[in-house]
Design a protein around this ligand. Structure first.
Ligand SMILES: Cc1cc2nc3c(=O)[nH]c(=O)nc-3n(C[C@H](O)[C@H](O)[C@H](O)COP(=O)(O)OP(=O)(O)OC[C@H]3O[C@@H](n4cnc5c(N)ncnc54)[C@H](O)[C@@H]3O)c2cc1C
Length: 402
């Protein structure tokens, strides 16, 4: 039976962005006016997955119950949005409800497009292939890196946008150290093959990372896109980004695949996404206010937006207060002048005990939080990444306090 329900504010997605916004709105006294639509009963702190894959943390450390983070008074539909209409101010859900809203906040994250690489799904089921972006294959990575005895480790990077674009490198640097600790590094070659033109978009960090790969004896290849995995032969097929006729077939002992990423189908097929041209399918927001470009009662944050910031949880920490200020003022007929400056941070783990904290905003502007040289490997930042940031996330960000 179809039910119609109404809430003043509906939030689609109860991951990082959705919970941060709900918590802030609830702290403003709006708890009972809010509903969150989120299908998963578990909430994941994804930034830990790189470290889970290297054996530093257990998967459980990245997982909590969703219900423990739904702010008091907020209604949680454990359900998925299957159709969104900004024009009709309604969301249809998988369980058959229609939920209407006055204001809509979208935070559905991205999905992994496994079909963008031929044979990738089948390859993941084989013993020597994994992906730290998919929670089902994070722990598998550690097992492989402890087991392999010689050959080529192949790490790939797809055409962007990619959430936490540093993660494919982080696991590669940790893999290098895991082999060194086992005393078998000499038995291996390590290759990084990326669809991008260079190792990192910001020159000061790119220079440092280029020195690090050279120190670690890792070979890098750019403008190369993985198009197929032939798992039975343990071969990965790449094409040149500019010329799909130029093909290279690489044999591997271990393959770390990263597929293309895109907003969920419910976004791509709705009137909130960019209809055509650059950014097609992504939520069409003003990059500074995070308000929808065409629907003034719709806001969005996080990975599914077309704002040109680096897609990270750190970006959401800065987006949430801006979005909430704009939303609250709009609800009372006012206009906020707060602006999101594109801040994102990527703690680039370059080894056990070593992190380069890359913090930057729109147009690659450096935005360091600490009075230290940011382009340095630092043990302090390792403690920040492993001890401070997870606590900041669970106890402050998700509670609307940071
Ligand atoms: C391996 C890895 C390493 C990372 N490292 C870092 C890091 O070091 N630092 C950092 O800041 N960030 C990092 N990130 C990125 C960070 O986790 C994301 O940017 C952040 O979680 C995005 O938040 P979000 O709310 O947009 O999406 P998510 O947190 O992914 O939440 C989206 C939610 O929407 C729900 N949803 C999906 N479809 C629907 C639907 N149809 N209806 C309702 N709900 C739906 C999902 O179930 C999910 O709970 C990393 C990510 C990964 C995978």
């Amino acid at each position: 039976m179809t039910e119609t329900l109404h809430h003043k504010i509906v939030i689609v997605g109860g991951g990082t962005g959705g919970i941060c916004v709900a918590a802030r709105l609830a702290r403003s006294g709006l708890g009972k006016d809010i509903a969150i639509i989120e299908p998963s009963d578990s909430h994941y702190y994804q930034p830990l997955w790189t470290l889970v894959a290297a054996g530093v943390f257990d998967m459980k450390a990245s997982t909590r119950r969703t219900k423990d983070f739904i702010p008091r008074g907020v209604h949680w539909y454990q359900d998925a949005a299957i159709a969104i209409s900004a024009a009709n101010k309604s969301v249809r859900t998988r369980n058959g409800s229609t939920i209407t809203f006055d204001w809509l906040v979208l935070a559905p994250g991205v999905e992994l497009d496994w079909d963008s690489i031929k044979g990738a799904r089948e390859a993941l089921a084989t013993p020597n292939v994994s992906c730290i972006y998919d929670r089902g294959y994070v722990a598998k990575t550690e097992g492989i890196l402890k087991r392999v005895s010689s050959g080529k480790l192949l790490f790939t990077f797809p055409p962007p946008p990619v959430k936490c674009a540093g993660a494919p490198q982080k696991i590669m640097y940790l893999a290098d150290e895991m082999l060194r600790r086992r005393g078998v590094r000499e038995q291996f070659t390590i290759e990084y093959r990326s669809a991008l033109a260079g190792i990192f978009g910001i020159p000061v960090f790119a220079d440092l990372l280029n020195r690090i790969v050279s120190r670690k004896n890792i070979k890098t290849f750019f403008n190369q896109k993985l198009i197929e995995v032939r798992a039975r032969e343990r071969q990965a097929v790449f094409v040149d980004v500019a010329d799909s006729q130029k093909m290279e077939i690489i044999s591997y002992e271990y393959l770390h695949i990263v597929p293309s990423m895109r907003p969920p189908e419910v976004i791509r097929s709705s009137d909130v996404s960019v209809a055509e041209g650059a950014g097609r399918g992504w939520i069409d927001v003003d990059p500074y206010s995070l308000r929808h470009q065409r629907w003034p009662n719709v806001f969005a944050l996080g990975d599914a937006c077309n704002a040109p910031n680096a897609k990270t949880g750190a970006a959401i920490r800065k987006q949430a207060p801006v979005l909430v200020d704009h939303l609250l003022r709009a609800m009372s007929g006012q206009v906020s002048d707060r602006k999101y400056d594109g801040y994102a941070s990527c703690p680039l783990v370059t080894g056990f005990g070593k992190v380069v904290l890359a913090e930057f905003g729109y147009d690659g502007k450096l935005m360091p939080s600490f009075p230290l040289n940011p382009a340095r490997e630092s043990r302090l930042m390792w403690w920040l990444k492993t001890l401070v940031l997870p606590r900041l996330y669970w106890y402050l960000m998700l509670r609307g306090r940071a």
